[in-house]
Design a protein around this ligand. Structure first.
Ligand code: GDP
Ligand code: MG
Length: 597
């Protein structure tokens, strides 16, 4: 059994190694160019995706390849997101495939994401077609890059296809390699239904549209289906394929990649990684590796104008319809009033949601510093998780605190290994392995997630002059000596400014925050103290200086347009401020902990 003429594959690569360009070139070769744009309109592709050049959501593409001699093949090219925040979705998309094209930029060689993605493919038992890309570049070293693939991942260098997504050279070889090397899907179309959900989106008319890979059995309209992890039943309305856009079809047999509409109203019921089976005739086991979408970074979002609370809630509800990984709940802050605690997959995910709220829903927001989820055991034995520093218990009530850790993989030229190891030590990392790959080194560390959340990537890049790359995965909780630092402005504690920090860094972080805040809080007629405290004890202090008379004097008389400009500038800045007594605290101050100096 099986579908000998189908090939389900994905393209994986380090960011900027040319995945999108090569995908476009393949589409062009198979006569589907221009249809990619149509697809963008058909589906809910985000404007932000194009601007940031990352893939957030995209549909698979179904292509017809006719070999010399007339043999016909169906290629399902399944796109994967290009950012670590979405690594779980990458792994589910790969699980829907039999093979991958592993791209390596011929001028850059193997990078951190190349390795992590290759292992994801190996873990899913996928056939890897190595492609050395961008061979048209003057700095290209195709043999060197192929050699690195052999050294690091064990793929024979002579198997590599040399290509350029820019010129199209090598593309025919890639198409042949897909047919030759990637196995056709197996699976019995008469067996009980078993299909993997690898993506989904919400459509106002049809409800949730599931993207599925049928592994066993056949999926047809009118089928009664059961979602195994959600434990819910639905009736199938329509099924279809991507050709491109959503095309309604008859059935999806084992091996097929397609979409299903089953009147599902809540995207939480249809999570990526879940297995779909028949309501009556069930498959024995769900597809392994299901993980419910779990936010790992939390931040408070408050409207700058309290009147906008309801508008913000409606906007959050709309965004959540389409995003099972995003969640929110009401939260009240003494300082900021009514708002929402929001959970995200990572900082990029948080930024995307905030940008959409501001752009598409025209909201002005104050966001509190992103925090990870801590697990606290109290002296009375009670255990709870908290992602809100304002709620962190006082030390006398704490038995122990655990924090999330990641396994971090960094690729760096050997000249920079020393300084990068210094950085990792400063971030409380512990080294697991160190591998030499030509003149470069792969460092694998276990590091507290909170330590790489803010400025780690920037520091890595600046220390290595842009040459280092990184990727990571969550590995669970470890004990840590963590403290809550409170921030006081003009003598009042501002709850929304509290941060959790490791004991060894509490003083330096307190210092950094108060200095940054003193810099960004607008001057008053009187000096305003900003203090950092732990358990009521002051650990750092800075002062927002009072206006100087001569600064004020400059605003009077003289150039009227300059004065106008100044007033406009003040007005604009004010949109993103919160008033505490007479002191205005700008958005920037809430993110002082993120500042890099
Ligand atoms: P992705 O992040 O892997 O999707 O990479 P893109 O396809 O967006 O390409 C990243 C950059 O590399 C863009 O500026 C492309 O124009 C450029 N690029 C992609 N493929 C090639 C290639 O084969 N040759 C050259 N010279 N540049 C390329
Ligand atoms: Mg891309």
């Amino acid at each position: 059994t099986g579908s000998p003429s189908i090939r389900n594959f994905s393209i994986i690569a380090h960011v900027d190694h040319g995945k999108s360009t090569l995908a476009d070139r393949i589409l062009e070769h198979l006569g589907a160019m221009g249809e990619r744009d149509k697809r963008d309109q058909t589906l809910d592709t985000l404007e932000l995706e194009r601007e940031r050049g990352i893939t957030i959501k995209s549909t698979p593409i179904r292509l017809k390849y006719v070999r010399e001699g007339g043999e016909e093949y169906i290629f399902n090219l399944i796109d994967t997101p290009g950012h670590v925040d979405f690594n779980y979705e990458v792994s589910r998309s790969l699980a829907a495939c039999e093979g991958v094209l592993l791209l390596v930029d011929a001028s850059q060689g193997v990078e951190a994401q190349t390795i992590v993605n290759a292992y994801l493919a190996i873990d899913n038992d996928l056939e890897i077609v190595p492609v050395v890309n961008k061979i048209d570049l003057p700095a290209a070293d195709p043999e060197g890059a192929a050699q690195e693939l052999e050294e690091v991942i064990g793929i024979p260098a002579e198997d590599a296809v040399f290509a350029s997504g820019k010129t199209g050279v090598g593309v025919p070889d890639i198409l042949e390699a897909i047919v030759e090397k990637i196995p056709a899907p197996s699976g019995d179309p008469a067996a009980p239904l078993k299909a993997l959900i690898f993506d989904s989106f919400y459509d106002a008319y049809q409800g949730v549209i599931l993207f599925v890979r049928v592994l066993e059995g056949t999926l047809s309209p009118k089928d009664q289906i059961h979602l195994m992890n959600a434990g819910k039943n639905f009736d199938v309305d329509k099924v279809g394929t991507f050709s491109p856009g959503l095309v309604v079809g008859d059935t999806l047999p084992a091996g097929a990649v397609g979409w299903v509409a089953a009147g599902i109203k809540d995207i939480q019921d249809a999570q990526v990684g879940d297995t779909l089976t028949g309501k009556e005739r069930r498959t024995e086991e769900p597809f392994p590796g299901f993980k419910p979408a779990q936010p790992v970074v939390f931040s408070g979002l408050y409207p700058t104008d309290t009147e906008d609370y309801r508008k913000l809630r409606e906007a959050l509800e709309k965004l959540k319809l389409n995003d099972a990984a995003f969640n929110f709940e009401p939260e009240t802050s003494e300082a900021l009033g009514f708002g929402f605690r929001c959970g995200f997959l990572g900082l990029l995910h948080a930024e995307i949601i905030q940008e959409r709220l501001e752009r598409e829903y025209d909201l002005d927001l104050i966001a509190t510093a992103p925090a990870v989820v801590y697990r606290v055991t109290l002296t009375n034995g009670e255990v709870f998780e908290t992602q809100n520093p304002a709620e962190f218990p006082t030390r006398d009530r704490i038995e122990l605190v655990e924090e999330p850790y990641i396994k971090l993989s960094v690729m760096v030229p050997e000249d920079y290994v020393g300084p990068i190891m210094g950085l990792l030590q400063e971030r409380r990392g512990s080294m697991q392995t160190m591998n030499y790959i030509g003149k470069r080194v792969e460092l694998v560390y276990e590091v507290p997630f909170a330590e790489i959340l803010y400025d780690f990537h920037d520091r890595l890049k600046s220390i290595s002059r842009g040459y280092a790359s990184m990727d990571y995965e969550q590995i669970g909780y470890r004990e840590g000596d963590l403290r809550k630092v409170d921030i006081m402005v003009n003598g009042d504690v501002i709850d929304a400014l509290a941060v959790i920090v490791h004991e060894s860094k509490s003083y330096s972080l307190g210092r950094k925050i108060v200095d940054k805040m003193a810099e960004v809080i607008p001057r008053q007629m009187f000096p305003v103290p900003v203090q950092a405290t732990i358990g009521g004890k002051i650990i750092a202090r800075a002062t927002v200086k009072a206006y100087r008379k001569d600064v004020l004097a400059k605003c009077y008389g003289g150039d009227i347009t300059r004065k106008k400009k100044l007033l406009e500038k003040q007005k604009k800045g004010r949109a993103r401020m919160k008033q505490f007594g007479t002191v205005e605290v700008p958005q920037e101050a809430f993110l002082a902990v993120l500042s890099t100096e």
